[in-house]
Design a protein around this ligand. Structure first.
Ligand code: E4P
Length: 215
């Protein structure tokens, strides 16, 4: 399973990329607004750092606007994946941009029916938001299971990108269900490294070693 960072923060991205576990980045208008400044420049810097897919979302809400903005975002770097919100305009724009060879991530997916439509128009990625579904007492991971099964049934090439991830169990479940990608905030990626028995085990090894050296 590929692991993406869900962030527009250069320091966070710089701290994780050297670990060799990061395959790409997702951003959204909220994340880029938090960073401020010139978002095109920031997206270019992120692409140069990661050298993998970097999702950049359109803010237009109509078909013509989404296509125009998507084409423009795609000129920033070859690694840019244009993110469009699900809906009639988004699905149509996904089809048009994909037809031109531009990679598209259909975002704000909350049902298997939406994921089916995104795949039919050639989306490169679909982003089901598991955390926001869990928040309204609906199983986010249940949706991932449904989408993976539907895509397998028809051999769709669209990759299932698990988004709105809140904790390490989401990541493990995404991998168990065969999702293609999981995008996580930095704190969730950090938490994947932690286990108290690892810390206790290392402390004991080092203490035993130190004791033996002083004898
Ligand atoms: C995905 O691409 C989105 O940027 C993101 O995962 C949304 O997560 P949130 O529900 O924590 O805002």
């Amino acid at each position: 399973m590929k692991l993406f960072i869900d962030s527009g923060n250069l320091d966070e991205i710089r701290s994780l990329v050297p670990l060799g576990i990061i395959d790409g980045i997702t951003t959204n208008p909220s994340l880029l607004a938090k960073e401020g400044g010139d978002s095109r420049k920031l997206l270019k810097q992120i692409c140069d750092l990661v050298k993998g897919p970097v999702s950049a979302e359109v803010v237009a809400t109509d078909f013509d606007g989404m296509v125009k903005e998507g084409r423009d975002l795609a000129t920033i770097d070859d690694h840019i994946v244009v993110k469009v919100p699900f809906g009639k305009a988004g699905v149509r724009a996904c089809g048009a941009l994909s037809h031109e060879g531009i990679k598209v991530n259909v975002t704000l997916c909350f049902s298997a029916a939406q994921a089916l439509l995104a795949a039919k128009v050639g989306a490169t990625f679909v982003s089901p938001f598991v955390g926001r579904l869990d928040d309204i007492a609906t199983s986010g991971m249940g949706l991932i299971e449904e989408i993976v099964q539907i895509y397998d049934n028809y051999e769709f090439g669209t990759e299932v990108l698990v988004a709105s991830v809140r904790h390490p169990i989401h990541v493990v479940e995404a991998a168990r269900l065969g999702a293609d990608v999981c995008t996580c905030p930095t704190k969730v990626i950090d938490s994947l490294f932690n286990h108290p028995l690892t810390d206790i085990g290392l402390a004991r090894f080092l203490a035993d070693w130190k004791k033996a050296q002083s004898q």
